[in-house]
Ligand binder design. Structure first.
Ligand code: AVJ
Length: 323
């Protein structure tokens, strides 16, 4: 085995230990909850890509459409010599739209927890844009406290946080994240943020309860991941995906619901589930204009421009750091 294979094994062992600790803590808590970032193992990431193609899941295609139309204006607002900093660089489709539109881009800095995703993305971009400086940062962007020092030379740091990933965060955490991003991006910093909007609750419900059952498979994959990686014995037929819009809280709530009383073994420990008992999987907060403005202000940003689609399903906002 070569040294990079050894390094990869070590990363996988660390990831597994982190997953195990989070699962045991999350299943011991009342109410039970496992953080949504653990949905994205290799199978989960593939299932999420499939979700993005579903007719009911309008978010990805709507945001991409908005970006196609607004990147020219984003480039005019941001100006030349920017370092583009992407928080959680998943699909490079959206970043490519910005990379191609921004004039004299100083660098592209994808931040991601997965070393493999990060290296693959960087390699592809270096082939497709030979003159672009790609500076990947392998880190949990929620905890990141500094950027590569080489970026100090760029005139402006432009953050990019698409996909309504901000919706996974509770309001206080969303503010804390954006405030930290504001500090990382500096006084001349700016941020392009993708946010899913409040809308007809039926439309929201369908986006998280698709007819083909891909969302259910994506959420149930968390149980399969525990079976695979932690030697758990979850019976997949004993749990059900449950997603609904909580209008008062302005969020989709997603759970795994136990269909009967059952005892499950996870990493050598036993957990008893009552019939109907749930494991919280994720929140997906939806915003309106006032909510976006309040969020921006609370984190030290001012909205320079908001773009939406005709149906006002989704918004892309350009935020300037308030000095
Ligand atoms: C990746 C967090 C934006 O909240 O819509 C999709 C995750 N979960 N279907 C979302 C998700 C179920 C997604 N985000």
């Amino acid at each position: 085995m070569n040294s990079s294979a050894v390094a990869l094994e070590r990363v996988e062992a660390d990831d597994r230990a982190e997953f195990k600790d989070a699962v045991l803590a999350g299943l011991s808590r009342t109410p039970r909850a496992i953080p949504p970032k653990f949905l994205y193992d290799a199978r989960g990431s593939a299932l999420f890509d499939a979700i993005c193609e579903l007719p009911e899941y309008y978010l990805t295609r709507t945001e991409t459409g908005i970006l196609r139309r607004c990147v020219g204006e984003v480039a005019a607002l941001a100006g030349p010599d920017c370092a583009l900093v992407e928080f959680g660089s998943g699909s490079s489709v959206k970043s490519r739209l910005l990379i191609e539109a921004l004039p004299a881009l100083a660098a592209y800095v994808p931040i991601d927890i997965s070393r493999q995703h990060l290296d693959a993305t960087a390699a592809r971009l270096r082939v497709d844009y030979p003159s672009l400086k790609v500076e990947p940062v392998c880190a949990d962007y929620m905890a990141l406290t500094e950027l590569p020092t080489e970026l100090a030379a760029a005139r402006r740091r432009l953050g990019f946080f698409p996909g309504s990933t901000i919706g996974n965060l509770e309001p206080a955490d969303a503010t804390a994240f954006l405030r930290r991003a504001r500090t990382l991006l500096g006084a001349n910093g700016a941020m392009v943020l993708g946010v899913d909007l409040k809308k007809d609750p039926r439309r929201l419900h369908e986006a998280y309860n698709d007819a083909a059952g891909v969302t259910a498979e994506f959420i149930l994959n968390l149980l399969q991941r525990m079976n695979r990686e932690l030697g758990a014995n979850f019976d997949l037929a004993g749990f059900q995906h449950e997603a609904f819009y909580n209008a008062a809280a302005g969020r989709i709530e997603i759970y795994l619901r136990s269909l009967r009383p059952q005892v499950v073994r996870v990493a050598g420990r036993r957990f008893a589930f009552a019939a109907g008992e749930r494991i919280h999987s994720e929140y997906s907060y939806k915003y309106d204009d006032a909510g976006i403005a309040a969020l921006a202000r609370s984190a030290g940003f001012a909205i320079a421009r908001t773009w939406t689609d005709r149906g006002r399903l989704f918004a892309v906002v350009y935020l300037d750091a308030i000095p």
